[in-house]
Design a protein around this ligand. Structure first.
Ligand SMILES: [Zn+2]
Length: 498
């Protein structure tokens, strides 16, 4: 007997092929049957006429390494149909746990005390023990490895022994089942690493067949050089490449993504495996400290993170000063009677050094161009911290489906689903997920293609979507009739392991 039969939905299976109205039968944590009309007896039957049934979304660009342990319901993810996250992006990994926790404080102080774990093996064990609402795969973080090996942020190359310790960190992670390694070469301490340092670490990743994932050194005027460096690291280390949140930031750099996309095309034509991810917004979100450090407010071009005017910068999270959240940097420029960078520095030194902001600086045309490209998959890059987080933490997937698929026709529904499911599953070697297929894990999302839309805005960001009534993780409802039902059936996912 089946546990659940979903009848009458338009099944869009993740391959990119057009959908068809067929039934899906689930038993235990697996999809047991996909057929024209499932007649087998079932404990529960769901009439899903008018809805699209797709594989649960795989968020390739998550920063919820700690969130899945602190608040394992991960409401912001699960309501928008995410059933697997790949954490450890932009260089910020989870192991060693001490280095990871120090980094996490730069983003935001965790509200609860977390245990220590040993290596990525220990981290993934902790995830499994916690059993969050969704599945979790991990990248090894370069910052974390470097911080731990070099005893904090070091503005110099590693010694031989320090490099050895970093190599051991990466090797432990890959051995434990990490799906690759990420860098964040614009942030501390990754910004102090040479290309060769990253290649050396990448060789370990390549040996295990993992992916090299990079928040590149420069997404402003230096974007193309950064893409060149990233492609070089992939080639020299023998790793497939994933360019994180592909974009060009700062008005003077708009349109440059057409050239970076061409560079990807050229690499692909040479047989290389090069892809990217994207969140569907024109504001980025990062640490205020990093914007200052990269010259966002003090030069005409704005440095490696591009230019943003203080009026385009919203404070998302200011630990200890909630009342400042949602205000623009411009309002502090006026209150303090200081230029943008000085006002930012005053906030950082006198209020909190862990301020997160959303900063406009991208072109909507660029967002569409990147999304429509074959190399692009979807990721949230979300951080559900503070009272005014960037809305991508809650709205990314329904926004793509509502705004970019239905309203604007930038990509087809089948293509969008493919970019959210099979494409990341294959790239990151996550077996038996990312498709609606017999024998696959029953990670399923059901939404109304005529009404699905994000509810999260910059003013009111902690809001789930509309038109996405059901989400199933490993065969159990995580969301039913639009309500999170509290089941926590996620697993730690180790590279290549079922
Ligand atoms: Zn990043």
């Amino acid at each position: 007997m089946l546990d659940l039969v979903i009848k009458g939905a338009m099944v869009v299976d993740g391959t990119g092929s057009p959908g068809s109205v067929i039934d899906v039968g689930i038993r235990g944590d697996r999809i047991e049957v996909v057929d024209q009309a499932v007649e087998a007896e079932s404990a529960e039957t769901l009439d899903a006429s008018g809805l699209v049934l797709a594989p649960g979304f795989i968020d390739v660009h998550s920063h919820d390494d700690f969130h899945v342990l602190i608040e394992p319901e991960v409401r912001h993810n699960i309501l928008q149909g995410i059933t697997t996250v790949i954490v450890g992006n932009c260089g910020f990994g989870a192991a060693g746990s001490e280095a990871g926790k120090i980094q996490m404080k730069a983003i935001n102080e965790p509200s609860v005390e977390l245990p220590d774990w040993t290596g990525y093996s220990g981290y993934l064990d902790e995830v499994e023990k916690t059993s969050p609402s969704l599945n979790v795969a991990a990248l090894v973080g370069h910052h974390t490895a470097r911080r731990e090996a070099m005893n904090g942020v070091a503005d110099r190359p590693p010694t031989d022994d320090e490099l050895k310790a970093m190599l051991a960190n990466v090797e432990e992670g890959m051995e434990a089942g990490a799906v690759g390694m990420s860098t964040g070469l614009v942030y501390e301490p990754g910004r102090y690493a040479s290309t060769d340092e990253v290649v050396a670490l990448g060789e370990i990743v390549g040996k295990y067949g993992g992916v090299y994932v990079s928040h590149m050194r420069d997404e402003g005027a230096g974007l193309l050089d950064s893409v060149r460096e990233t492609l070089h690291i992939g080639k020299a280390s023998g790793t497939p490449v994933q360019i994180s949140h592909h974009k060009s930031v700062g008005k003077t750099n708009w349109g440059m993504v057409s050239q970076s996309l061409e560079m990807i095309e050229e690499a692909v034509s040479q047989g290389r495996d090069v892809t990217a991810d994207q969140y569907p917004y024109t504001a980025r979100s990062t640490m205020l400290f990093a914007l200052v450090q990269n010259g966002t407010f003090n030069s005409s071009e704005g440095g490696a993170m591009g230019k943003s005017d203080p009026s385009e910068v919203l404070l998302c999270s200011v630990p200890g000063y909630d009342e400042y959240e949602g205000r623009t940097l411009q309002s502090f420029v006026e209150e303090f009677d200081l230029p943008g960078e000085d006002a930012a520095n005053k906030l950082l030194s006198e209020y909190s050094d862990a301020i997160l902001v959303a900063a406009f600086g991208m072109d909507e045309g660029d967002v569409r161009m990147v999304m429509a490209h074959d190399s692009t998959m979807i990721g949230t890059d979300g951080l559900d911290r503070g009272s005014k987080p960037h809305p991508r933490a809650w709205g990314t997937y329904p926004r793509v489906l509502g705004k970019y698929v239905r309203e604007e026709g930038v990509i087809s529904l089948e293509n969008a689903i493919h970019k959210m499911t099979q494409m990341p599953a294959e790239k990151f070697d996550i077996p038996n997920r990312g498709l609606i297929k017999e024998g696959y894990f029953a990670d399923v999302v059901l939404f109304d293609p005529d009404s699905v839309i994000d509810g999260a805005t910059y003013e009111n960001p902690r809001v789930g979507p509309q038109g996405m009534p059901h989400v199933i993780v490993n065969g159990s409802f995580a969301v039913k009739n639009g309500e999170q039902v509290g089941s926590r059936t996620g697993h730690a996912v180790r590279k290549g392991q079922i």
